[in-house]
Design a protein around this ligand. Structure first.
Ligand code: DC
Length: 237
């Protein structure tokens, strides 16, 4: 096989980590579309487990029965399916489409606690590695470049000022009709940043070889161009 064919068909893993609500999934979807890669939103997987825990009464405002959740992990099946009408991937919990339900503030308020459970992480990381075995993947989350795919060919670490992130999230939630104040969204972002970076299991940290993108003051188009430049650079080496 001639070398140019090898380069053109080579597929890589693109790991996108970063803080809550800084547009990881928007960027990841755009990159996946451009390169015809699979996109996996790992936050949705933690959100799906949080929904299961809520529905089964394992977690509430004041209580969290971790043991009951851990004992039930074998009963939880999280998967993705492509919605051809909307041309996007949607999240399923035990065969039920839960894409809309997991995006609301109720799940956002509980999911950090779920993401701290070692056994939950182990289960989801295993699924994520299986999905990525063939490469040709853009995966976003908090530990993708550090734990799930430490050998990912390209690692991006995204950040933006917390007030800008809160405003973007607030706008999104309003658009889906969530009855919420800006203050609530801001508090949720601050507390999730704190939980994500301080937990003992796979905290959010920047991989040493990650490229940092602060998108507080750049447009989505500028950001995409920048990242595609890095992707194409990796693909040509
Ligand atoms: O990206 P998101 O806001 O949908 O993620 C939901 C929660 O899941 C967030 O509080 C952090 C956690 N998470 C994680 O711990 N590890 C990941 N790989 C992805 C998300």
């Amino acid at each position: 096989m001639d070398i140019s064919t090898t380069l053109n068909t080579a597929k890589i893993i693109i790991a996108i980590d970063g803080y809550s609500s800084c547009g990881k999934s928007t960027l990841a979807k755009q990159v996946a579309k451009e390169k015809n890669y699979l996109y996996i939103d790992t936050g949705a997987m933690y959100r799906a487990v949080a929904l299961y825990a809520l529905r089964n009464g394992f977690i509430s405002q004041d209580n969290f029965n971790q043991k009951a959740l851990i004992d039930s992990l074998t009963k939880i099946k999280v998967s993705f399916s492509h919605n051809s009408e909307l041309n996007c991937s949607e999240t399923y919990l035990n065969g039920e489409n839960i894409e809309k339900e997991i995006r609301g503030i109720t799940i956002s308020n509980h999911v950090s606690k779920i993401a701290q459970v070692k056994e939950v992480r182990a289960k989801l990381v295993e699924i994520q590695r299986e999905i990525g075995a063939e490469k040709g993947l853009v995966m976003d989350g908090r530990d993708i470049g550090t734990v799930v795919f430490p050998n990912a060919e390209l690692k991006i670490f995204m950040t933006a000022h917390y007030k800008i992130r809160a405003q973007r999230r607030f706008d999104e939630l309003q658009a889906i009709g969530d009855d919420i104040t800006f203050e609530e969204v801001l508090n949720n972002i601050v507390s999730r940043d704190n939980d994500d970076t301080s937990r003992s299991e796979n905290p959010l940290i920047q991989a040493e070889d990650a490229i940092v993108i602060d998108n507080s003051e750049i447009t989505q188009g500028e950001q995409l161009k920048l990242v595609l430049g890095h992707v194409n650079n990796k693909l040509s080496h």
